[in-house]
Design a protein around this ligand. Structure first.
Ligand code: KG4
Ligand code: ZN
Length: 352
């Protein structure tokens, strides 16, 4: 079984072809990603109109290249999948319409994929993992703990009440004079800094819910930068390290609570998985590796390129749905807002 997947919900235009293995997991036959970072960098964040136009400029070419690299024509694909949300409406329209047009022209089934579902199922593409498991999705737009019970059966156990984790990394990077996207820059500098120099707050630590908050931490960093005035290279590295250490503590504490809530609801998870761009952060990955080792739990962290936005995870989510007969109508409308458990009451494999 082979599925072509299209991703255009944010600032990555991506197309991939993924095939199912005979036993389990998936084979990535092609994975084309074109980042728009250079077009947005001057604005310090993603500009929706620029993003939509940039997706339109390159998507045709990426689809052609993905099919060439996979060494199959459109006829060799069993289904077409595209992210239908959540994300920026202009970009979603470009990818979703392209996916539907391909499906119509090639007479293939179409699968509308929830972008968060793609992150949550990525671990099964990279490294097979049985349901149920706990997924931590941490990106520039989302921060959630999700109980993944089956394909299409998700329960959100906690989410951020303000900024997403990646947004906090990006905003702090901006305060420190670092380029966008800030996550990788903050991580690089943090490795040279003193994480103990600033005692930043750990929002939500110890709370019984599994929600996150990063706004107060971000403000604390801002106040410290104002107090220091002109920042030396050492100040910047120490601020980055102290900020990252606070984020790590918050995430570990929240995941611990998430695991407790998961167990109360659905028994013991088969593991913890991480997805989303912030999942590429080495300090977070190491801390979660330790947490899982203590809990005797499997930790599945897809390689960084499968944590960040890409087409392979969309193709894979499409493949998992298609394999269960879950295909969508070509009238499927884009969903800029699309909570993962919106259809929690619709029953097994239901879709709202
Ligand atoms: O999943 P993603 O590629 O796109 C969204 O759906 O948002 O995530 C991008 C986010 C950005 O905020 C970026 O700064 C952050 O992930 N990020 C990181 C790292 N690499 C990317 N944050 C912390 N450490 C990293 N190494
Ligand atoms: Zn994402």
């Amino acid at each position: 079984m082979r599925v072509l997947g299209i991703e255009t919900t944010c600032d990555e235009t991506a197309v991939a072809v993924v095939g199912s293995r005979v036993r389990d997991g998936g084979d990535i036959l092609a994975n084309e990603v074109m980042s728009q970072i250079a077009r947005h960098a001057a604005f310090g964040g993603v500009v929706p109109e620029i993003a939509a136009r940039a997706h339109l400029d390159v998507l045709d070419r990426l689809i052609r290249r993905a099919l060439e690299n996979a060494r199959i024509g459109l006829a060799g694909v069993d289904a077409i999948a595209a992210s239908a949300g959540p994300g920026l409406i202009g970009g979603i329209l470009v990818g979703l319409t392209a996916g539907k047009a391909l499906a119509l022209a090639a007479r293939k089934p179409f699968v509308a994929v929830n972008h968060l579902e793609a992150h949550a199922l990525a671990a099964r593409l990279a490294d097979h993992l049985d349901f149920p498991y706990l997924a931590l999705v941490v990106s520039g737009g989302h921060t959630q703990l999700v109980a993944v019970k089956d394909v299409g059966e998700y329960r959100r156990l906690g989410s951020t009440v303000d900024d997403a984790a990646g947004e906090a990394f990006d905003k702090v990077a901006k305060m420190l004079g670092l380029p966008y996207p800030g996550g990788p820059e903050v991580e690089r500098l943090a490795s040279e800094g003193d994480a103990q120099r600033f005692d930043f707050p750990r929002p939500m630590l110890g709370r019984s819910s599994a929600d996150f908050s990063f706004s107060g931490l971000k403000t604390a960093v801002r106040l410290e930068t104002l107090r220091l005035g002109a920042l030396s290279a050492t100040d910047v590295a120490d601020l980055a390290a102290s900020f990252q250490a606070a984020v790590v503590d918050v995430i570990v504490d929240r995941v611990r609570v998430g695991l407790r809530l998961f167990t109360q609801d659905a028994g013991r998870p088969s593991g913890l998985v991480i997805g989303g761009g912030v999942g590429a952060n080495g300090a977070i990955r190491r801390a979660l590796t330790r947490l899982c080792a203590e809990a005797g739990l499997r930790f599945v962290s897809p390689p960084p390129e499968l944590c960040c936005d890409n087409g392979a995870i969309v193709a894979w989510a499409g493949l998992e749905r298609y394999a269960l007969g879950l295909v969508d109508d070509l009238a499927f409308a884009p969903r800029p807002r699309w909570p993962l458990d919106a259809n929690a009451d619709a029953g097994r494999h239901g879709r709202a």
